[in-house]
Design a binder for this molecule. Structure first.
Ligand code: SF4
Length: 154
């Protein structure tokens, strides 16, 4: 997996103070996408074990309390990202008790295959669906267009 940006302290992608990772790779090609530079899975930098350790340490850091981890992109559920994302969310749920996970994906909940579902089973809030320029609305919170659904699982 590659990634574009990691913000150890972020207050704009999900509720509360969070760690946010923007991964590379997206196959949805939504018209009006603001993140076209992330579409290629080989764009950005290589995600590493060191970065995974850093994310876990940041979530556990008691000096700046984070509510949880946000995963966006690109698409965290792109086929090339599944192994690394599965490992990351499994570790967060196991090692960072009480921290929530938010995820943005261009797939709808109904479109997910079994491996993607395995990941989403550990996600607290999923914002799903492609960005639809016809239904774009800047007044919406946590999503760009009204077709996208905020699923609060927990
Ligand atoms: S799913 Fe998101 S990143 Fe992917 S093309 Fe659509 S708007 Fe862009």
């Amino acid at each position: 997996m590659n990634y574009h940006k990691y913000y150890p302290v972020d207050v704009v992608n999900g509720e509360g103070t969070r760690c946010t990772l923007f991964v590379s790779g997206c196959e949805h090609q939504c018209r009006g996408c603001y993140n076209q530079s992330t579409w290629s899975p080989s764009s950005g930098k290589r995600y590493s074990h060191e970065l995974e350790e850093q994310i876990i340490a940041d979530l556990l850091d008691s000096r700046i309390k984070r509510k949880g981890l946000s995963l966006s992109g690109g698409d965290p559920l792109h086929p090339k990202n599944l192994d690394a994302i599965l490992q990351l969310v499994t570790r967060v749920k196991k090692e960072c008790q009480g921290k929530d996970i938010w995820m943005w994906t261009g797939y709808t909940l109904e479109q997910l295959d079994s491996k993607q579902k395995q990941i989403v089973d550990m996600v607290d809030v999923l914002v799903d669906g492609k960005f639809d320029q016809e239904r774009a609305d800047p007044s919406l919170v946590w999503r760009g267009s009204s077709n996208q659904i905020i699923h609060r699982f927990k």
